[in-house]
Ligand binder design. Sequence first.
Ligand code: URA
Length: 434
Amino acid sequence: MIRAADLIERKRDGEEHTPEVISALIQGYGSGEVPDYQMAAWCMAVFFKGLSGRETYALTDAFIRSGETLDLGSELGRRVVDKHSTGGVGDKTSIAVGPIVAACGVPFGKMSGRGLGHTGGTLDKLESIPGFRVELSTDEFVAQVRDVGLAIVGTSANLVPADKDLYGLRDVTATVDIVPLIASSIMSKKIAAGADAIVLDVKVGDGAFMKTIDDARILAEQMVDLGGRADREVVCLLTDMEQPLGYAVGNALEIREAVATISGKGPPDFTELVLEACARLLSLSDLDVDLEEGRRRATEATFDGSALDAYERWIRAQGGDPDLERLATAPVVKEAKAPMGGSVAGLGALAVGIAALELGAGRRTKEDSIDHSVGIVLRAKRGDEVAEGDALAEIHARDDASADRAIAEVLAAYQIGDAGASRRPRGILLDVVG
Ligand code: URA
């Protein structure tokens, strides 16, 4: 029996909890003995006083022990790799990475989440494919990874249930953006899902949780440390989220862009990120290749058609129709035109994400439904030169009124400077930790 009020006071005063205390707190929360208001107060105390490495690992471990775990490696007799992104605008990376990695002979089984707010979720994007089933039983999931080499499904309700409950509470008590809580939340799910090696994509910038590279590095270091304590190999890519990733933002539009990318015809920044993530995953796999060879094989799979074949096999296996003609299209498509000529100096990811959300591409509350057809296709990104009247973006909308609102929002997201004045845009990969 723990006294949660004592723990809140002790954390408020900066004391370190023992692993046993953290375990009892999470168990108490799971059983209902610790109510939401005390758990929320404890999270807020963590916001001010932090958690030590030992406490963060104890929290991760307590999350994992709150539910089932999966040992995909033993089921497949292979070393299993996984990837995860902290979430951003236009982030369809897993949908392109999965088929490329599978085409290179490495099994890829991933549990993903839905989007909330301005960031889209992989499951929502996949559900824009007619017939695609994201809910597979654990047995179906394992069998598909074994037989098809690739499955992406919704996170099982029995995997890390304590994190699910706590995340819902954090979301409404201003306690989401706390580094040790984010690190333990993400890593508990990856460890419970059974990966031996994990590539994490930590987004940095105005469209991400982590607004600065320094904060992103701290989060990355904590996740690498948690991986090490759990005997997993973790590499964190710190990547740019000051502007949206690729050109497409919105569910069906992003599926089209992911398919173009696995066919070697993707936008430069997105292609760079996808190939980097694939190269890392292959080099951490049991193929026994280095990063250079991993990159070569991944690139080849995008050009020789094998990644596209893997994509089509995967989508069919999960009940979907891979024909891009079957994806929903929005009834209204309008252009947002440059009010002046010059060089694109900035393109706010958050503002574009919110504009897509308001078109209906995302959800504000868990209950909202999504319109898979709507979204934004950017035509100019940071560093591009534009003339007055050029299309900066295409708005895909349900009706004229929502298209016109989105045009105003997207134009406000663009900063246009003097022609030729913009710095060379920085690459997508800002740093690597681990
Ligand atoms: N993503 C997660 O899974 N958990 C967090 O706490 C934040 C982002």
